[in-house]
Design a protein around this ligand. Structure first.
Ligand code: ADP
Ligand code: MG
Length: 531
């Protein structure tokens, strides 16, 4: 095809050609089906060289699928792809790399026992020349310096933090000549400092003329880092906007398809009596290693204590020990003054402790049981549902259908097996069951992880309602925005120790980030929490 100015008769074609030409990536009418799902429904998506373009959408909107097509991981069912104005066929990751596309996935694909340099060159056959190790390390260092990606090329992967491993993945793509970089939800595993560093790397890549696609469902990050944003909803493209011309509220509305209330409204009230008191608590991990090393915490009635920290620093063990699911190795747990250290879970439940576990499908629900059965799992033994050996089925049904309505659990029937519900509805089911017993203490572990904006909004509302009605809440989360907006106090856990407890309204994100990375705060935590 040749387009010479004077010969052009057809304006639409000319216009189309111009549009294609001006973009590093131009994807048109992309369709991708999985069994039973239309993951991408005629999506148009374009990215310019020199911009950071956010791809925003709720879980399941089709973001990863769309970019996996560009990266050669999935084949498209319909549509076409242009790179720098040229139509391309991308049939494999190798084709994608040849076209300059590099995608950094949510889970890294590095070999732990190999060095950084070995990982970067692994499986990469640059045909033109053979570089020796020194040259490779030098080039890695140069790329690293250009984009602020500091990591020692000789270090072994297992020696690196998660943030450093992510840098290796980016370096690997840049080393292979990627000009179009796709980052799939890259901030989920990072501390706030690491997020800042990543963002300045993304910015400098864009300034160097690369095209950067930043996949996210977090509005504040999209507002902070992107030049433009494309919103996907249920497989369809909803809009592409200049970031500076939009607002978080507009983006949330586009993502969800209705008005969303982003602000968490929290009332001020003085804390009540002491509900949970944990002192010098110690416990082992599944591997038999010390997971909790002397934890001290207090939560009062009507108070939310948030636990921040990078995953795997003892959060899960802490929740399990408190709920009687893991023995304590030392220390004490008092609930309303009663010693409940290492007692069986049933005893803990009897003291009105509710538990929203991390693992919703394994611990939180019994997949093969119906919605009805799951909702009454904890109640069926007591009156009015049970008298002697008999269950009062009519009462149970009524109780369950009230909960389904109140908590807006979307299920075809009460008899539907719980495993057929979506993630958001399973979480509503667990919350409904746990909250309906009016808990004194509510232990919530990653209660909104993997949920979309609307389900998150309803979980937040329910947690605050519990706080209002006087429950003490232990909230474990990796989402700092969630923690700082909901918590009255924020404790930071690192390698099984509390690094400090701060008032989230007063503490800076930097301070919290430093504690997440293992820096202890000077103030003794007892002093703060009793204040
Ligand atoms: N490999 C796959 N097989 C079957 N279904 C898939 C596959 N990958 C994604 N899906 C489905 O496609 C839809 C879009 O998923 P995805 O692109 O991962 O969304 P996002 O990245 O926006 O969360 C979802 O309904 C998901 O369940
Ligand atoms: Mg995804």
């Amino acid at each position: 095809m040749s387009f010479c100015g004077g010969d052009l008769k057809s304006p639409p074609l000319f216009k189309g050609f111009q549009t294609v030409e001006n973009h590093a990536v131009f994807m048109e009418g992309i369709v991708k089906r999985f069994p039973g799902v239309l993951a991408n429904d005629h999506v148009d998506f374009e990215v310019k060289a020199g911009e950071v373009h956010a791809l925003l959408g709720e879980n399941g909107a089709g973001k990863t699928t769309l970019m996996s097509i560009l990266a050669g991981i999935y084949r498209l069912d319909a549509g076409q792809i242009f790179i720098n104005g040229r139509k391309v066929q991308i049939k494999s990751p190798r084709d994608a790399i040849k076209e300059g596309v590099g995608m950094i996935h949510q889970n890294f694909l590095l070999v732990n026992s190999h060095s950084v340099a070995e990982n970067i060159t692994l499986g990469y056959d640059r045909p033109k020349f053979f570089m020796n190790r020194r040259e490779i390390e030098k080039e890695i260092k140069e790329i690293g310096e250009k984009f602020g990606l500091f990591v020692d090329p000789k270090a072994k992967i297992w020696q690196l933090s998660v943030g450093e491993q992510q840098r290796v993945e980016i370096l690997k793509m840049l080393f292979r000549g990627a000009k179009i970089l796709v980052m799939d939800e890259p901030t989920a595993v990072l501390t706030p400092q690491e997020v800042n560093e990543l963002f300045s790397t993304l910015r400098s890549m864009a300034q160097a003329g690369h095209a950067v696609v930043f996949i996210s469902h977090k509005l504040d990050e999209v507002m902070r880092i992107s030049d433009r944003v494309t919103v996907l909803r249920k497989g369809k493209k909803v809009a592409t906007l200049n970031t500076r011309d939009t607002t978080p509220n507009e983006l949330a509305r586009l993502m969800v398809g209705r008005e969303v209330f982003l602000e968490v409204k929290k009332t001020d009230h003085p804390p009540g009596e002491k509900i949970l008191q944990v002192s010098r608590l110690e416990a082992l991990s599944d591997k038999g290693l010390p997971a909790l090393k002397g934890i001290n915490l207090i939560i009062h009635s009507g108070e939310i204590l948030g636990i921040a920290g990078v995953a795997g620093n003892g959060q899960r063990e802490l929740a399990e020990v408190i709920c009687g699911l893991r023995p304590a190795r030392g220390g004490k747990i008092l609930i309303c003054g009663k010693d409940l250290t290492s007692v069986p879970p049933r005893k803990v439940i009897e003291e009105k402790v509710a538990y929203i576990p991390e693992d919703r499908k394994g611990m939180g629900t019994v997949g093969n049981l119906s919605v009805l059965e799951n909702l009454v799992l904890k109640d069926y033994r007591r009156s009015p549902f049970s008298s002697g050996a008999f269950l009062n089925l009519r009462q149970l049904r009524q109780h369950a259908s009230t909960l389904v309505e109140k908590f807006q659990i979307q299920t075809p029937k009460l008899e539907t097996p719980a495993k057929l519900l979506s993630g958001g509805n399973i979480q509503r089911l667990i919350l409904a069951r746990e909250i309906s017993c009016s808990p004194k203490l509510l232990v919530a572990v990653h209660p909104t992880r993997g949920l979309d904006v609307s389900a998150t909004e309803s979980v937040h509302r329910m947690l605050l309602e519990q706080r209002e009605s006087g429950a003490a809440i232990l909230l474990i989360s990796e989402d700092l925005d969630e923690l700082t907006s909901l918590s009255d106090w924020l404790a930071v856990i690192y390698e099984g120790e509390i690094m400090g407890i701060v008032d989230p309204r007063k503490a800076s994100l930097e301070d919290i980030g430093l504690m997440m990375a293992g820096k202890k705060r000077q103030t003794p935590q007892e002093a703060v929490i009793e204040a």
